[in-house]
Design a protein around this ligand. Structure first.
Ligand code: ADP
Length: 411
């Protein structure tokens, strides 16, 4: 939970945000205007014996461990726990449900009010995101069943990058094959990149239209974007969230020849390779751990594999930093966000080390200050602003959902 406390808004101000993953459901009930979170939690290990829920409300945590068969059962448990904690969702005055949907393909490029056709279209996009869209659809269907009178809005992770320039979004493969199968760079984490870039403009007290920005969203998944005048001109993730930076369990950029080589030499099939690339590559593949704090502990203990994993991670960040500096023709602000970006001064310092000739310099004291708020960490007088800005995808989704509902009522 990124902000705590009781909701201060009236009964009809709250939006329920649902982020339904392959085996988990994260959720937050919040006031989109104040950002105050009334309750939040996570159902995990759906489909396993050891499934359960952890629910935070009014400064306390409610936990249950029990088998949860599927997403419908998971969401039903969320509703039960809300009721148990004295906040019955059916009567809490939930104004909208905002769903994070991973892949909007070419079809969806703005937050969209959900009806049967929209659910079918999101489901049709599952071939582009087989690990994500089916789970998103399951979450949507369950929420529509449990809160039948409440408008539901889909907010797409790809939407912000919909208008990427052709040269940035086109893969240099057989054009007919690409067109037939929807193969292009879509980009992901768009809600975060959009939210954070807006916060940067506000913090710098500048019109977003006048800013060139580079944003590093470094969490379990990781991506970077180059944003000119409020519009992204490039991003690291591609057709799928596998491309680009080194991540917790995904390796980012690879020679595509590795795929065929593994089929021929290691006799792996497509599912084994997909599984390896999604769950056993990146930091995990190199060092055995995907959590960044564990990686740092291993490095401190002298583990050579963990050290190499870190070096590859930083090398990749800097490769994209260089690329985006040139693509933008100069940058006004470089921003770090998400779990690693917000919390690791070491990563920020190493990513930007030795770049003073480009106007980029991190101030060591500002960088290591124990401050969780959005802030500058650049050295005084440095030409480029370097910032740490906490992301808040739930808030951005709640605000988008509310805007859609308000616009619909105004029609
Ligand atoms: P998700 O992509 O699941 O939303 P987060 O944005 O929460 O992920 O980021 C999770 C990552 O952030 C984990 O690798 C975790 O180890 C890392 N992280 C969290 N706190 C710290 C910290 N203090 N120092 C370094 N890494 C951290």
């Amino acid at each position: 939970m990124r902000s705590g406390g009781r909701a201060t808004g009236g009964r009809n101000d709250l939006v329920l945000v649902i982020n339904s993953g392959s085996s988990s459901i994260k959720y937050q009930l919040l006031d989109p205007e104040s950002g105050v979170v009334a309750a939040s939690g996570m159902v995990d290990r759906i489909g396993e014996e050891q499934a359960g829920i952890e629910h935070q409300v009014d400064g306390r945590t409610i936990q249950h461990r029990q088998p949860i068969a599927d997403h419908t059962a998971g969401l039903r448990l969320v509703f039960d726990v809300f009721a148990e904690s004295g906040h019955d969702l059916a009567t809490a005055g939930v104004r909208a449900v905002g769903h994070r949907v991973v892949h909007g393909g070419e079809v969806f490029y703005r937050p969209t009010l959900i009806d049967d056709d929209v659910v079918a279209a999101i489901s049709d996009l599952s071939s582009l995101a087989p690990l994500h869209n089916p789970a998103n659809v399951a979450g949507i269907e369950s929420a529509r069943e449990l809160l039948p009178g409440v408008p539901q809005v889909a907010v797409f992770d790809t939407a912000f990058f919909h208008g990427l320039p052709d040269a940035a979004k086109t893969y240099a493969i057989d054009a007919k094959l690409a067109a037939a199968h929807g193969i292009r760079k879509y980009g992901f984490h768009g809600t975060s990149h959009e939210y954070v870039s807006g916060r940067v403009a506000a913090l710098l007290d500048r019109d977003p239209a006048d800013l060139n920005q580079i944003i590093f969203h470094l969490g379990n998944g990781a991506s970077a974007s180059a944003i000119r005048g409020g519009h992204p001109i490039d991003t690291t993730m591609g057709l799928t969230p596998l491309e680009g930076l080194v991540m917790g369990t995904r390796g980012g950029d690879l020679d595509p020849g590795i795929f065929a080589h593994l089929v021929r030499a290691a006799h792996m099939d497509v599912d084994q390779i997909d599984e390896m690339l999604n769950r056993n590559a990146g930091l995990k593949g190199l060092s055995g751990v995907n959590d960044f704090r564990e990686l740092q502990r291993l490095i401190a203990a002298g583990d050579a594999a963990a050290r190499l994993a870190y070096d590859v991670y930083i090398h990749r960040l800097r490769r994209y930093l260089g690329a985006y500096l040139i693509e933008l023709g100069g940058v006004d602000a470089i921003t770090f966000t998400a779990g690693v970006g917000e919390n690791s001064p070491q990563v920020r310092a190493d990513a930007l080390a030795g770049l003073s000739r480009f106007g980029i310099a991190v101030d060591p004291a500002r960088n290591t200050a124990a401050d969780r708020a959005a802030r500058h960490i650049s050295a005084p007088g440095a030409e480029v602003a370097v910032l740490v800005v906490p992301t808040n995808e739930e808030l951005a989704i709640a605000q988008a959902a509310l805007r859609v509902v308000a616009a619909q009522r105004a029609d």
